[in-house]
Design a protein around this ligand. Structure first.
Ligand SMILES: C[S@@+](CC[C@H](N)C(=O)[O-])C[C@H]1O[C@@H](n2cnc3c(N)ncnc32)[C@H](O)[C@@H]1O
Length: 376
């Protein structure tokens, strides 16, 4: 039988910028997610599949406490809890970690009645599979859920994630160790005979397409291919990711957010811009979180201006159409608006049918000036 003990207890000794950023993203996202879903549903759920001990040995909070504190300290908490029950479900397989986590939760004292904490000391994938199966048998939907999947390694069964994603309001936040997954894929592609690792990879990618689809010679491009394949197989409309770099500045972890909702995509993009204001969407392990961004770096909006010119060179577009189209890109609507303002100021771009900021149909038609459009 497989051991249920924490295979990497030294994880709890350190608290690097990678852990800090992961927790910062959870905090930022839940800050927006709780009110977004909580005001329109009677119940929302936060699931932490690899919950850990609740606190690092130097005192920093682990993800379950980060999530709980985000709600406890939320400025809208009283109003939110009037309408909605918030259920936290923490799963941790290692018994020692589990006991530590339970004791951390106990130390929070009596929680408000509408905050419910459930814990389970089992294998998370078995628990998730059982939950999905029993909901299906009962013909029930899952409440809106944010599911954080944070193993040490990369062996996450894609089928379980797909089954979760089939519920309409489930979002996934998945951390995988890309460097090791990539190594396994490359080694397996070189073999003439399938090894046991091929079965593991089939399980992660929920099929054998990884062999042909994750095949670029370039390390980062292979990561993009894997992310896109996972998005497709898990069945999510959007995947938004951040790369976590190791000591040698090479991608070590990929932290991916998967959702079927435009609002979820927008919110996660905004959170990632907050933690990476230069727009690189990568964080370094060795950076000191306390030292970062004394001066907030400004993103280079040149590529976005080029994207906009390219779109408009085919003909005029409504501002709101462009806002919707920029969702696919890394840029935020605020960036697009800044670029539009700048190009208008330089008289490169014309806005007509514009009835002022307070017009409810405030949706001007944007076009390049005739000379600009022809020159392209
Ligand atoms: C990376 S740590 C989790 C860190 C935690 N999410 C945080 O941010 O504070 C991984 C944890 O998952 C637990 N674990 C590993 N495999 C598991 C499984 N299949 N089911 C539940 N817990 C598991 C380990 O014991 C360990 O505590």
């Amino acid at each position: 039988m497989m051991s249920t003990m924490d295979p990497c207890p030294s994880y709890w000794l350190e608290y690097s910028n990678l852990q800090h950023t992961k927790h910062q993203l959870i905090r930022e996202y839940l800050n927006g997610w709780f009110p977004k879903l909580g005001y329109s549903h009677s119940r929302v759920v936060y699931v932490d599949t690899h919950a850990g001990r609740g606190r690092h040995l130097q005192g920093q909070l682990g993800s379950p406490l980060v999530a709980l504190q985000t709600l406890l300290q939320h400025k809208d908490r009283p109003r939110l809890l009037e309408r909605c029950k918030v259920v936290f479900f923490f799963i941790e397989r290692d018994e020692t970690n589990f006991c530590e986590l339970r004791s951390e939760i106990k130390q929070l004292g009596n929680l408000p009645a509408k905050i419910v904490v459930n814990t389970s000391c089992k294998d998370c994938f078995k628990v998730l599979h059982d939950v999905v199966t029993s909901l299906r048998h009962a013909g029930q939907e899952m409440a809106p859920a944010f599911v954080f999947v944070d193993p040490y390694g990369f062996k996450i069964p894609g089928r379980v994630l797909r089954e979760l994603m089939e519920f309409p309001r489930v979002e996934l936040f998945v951390n995988i160790i890309w460097r090791e997954l990539d190594m396994a894929i490359r080694q397996e592609r070189l073999r003439t005979k399938r090894s046991g690792m091929a079965d593991t990879l089939d399980s992660i990618f929920d099929g054998s397409e990884w062999k042909d689809r994750v095949s670029s010679d370039d390390f980062d491009e292979r990561a993009n291919q894997a992310i896109n394949l996972l998005r497709e197989k898990i069945g999510a409309k959007w995947v938004t990711h951040i790369r976590m770099l190791g000591d040698n500045d090479v991608t070590r972890y990929l932290l991916m957010h998967l959702t079927n909702h435009d609002a979820g995509r927008d919110l996660m993009k905004a959170c990632m811009w907050k933690v990476c204001p230069d727009g690189g969407f990568y964080v370094r392990k060795t950076d000191d979180p306390a030292q970062q961004f004394l001066i907030t770096p400004e993103p280079d909006l040149g590529p976005l201006a080029e994207w906009l010119r390219c779109r408009l060179s085919a003909g005029p577009r409504r501002w709101k159409e462009l806002i919707a189209e920029v969702r696919e890109q890394v840029w935020l609507p605020t960036h697009l608006n800044k670029v539009i303002r700048e190009l208008r100021r330089k008289k490169e771009l014309v806005a007509d049918d514009y009835r002022g900021r307070f017009d409810p149909i405030n949706n001007p038609r944007l076009s390049l000036r005739v000379g600009e459009a022809r020159g392209r």
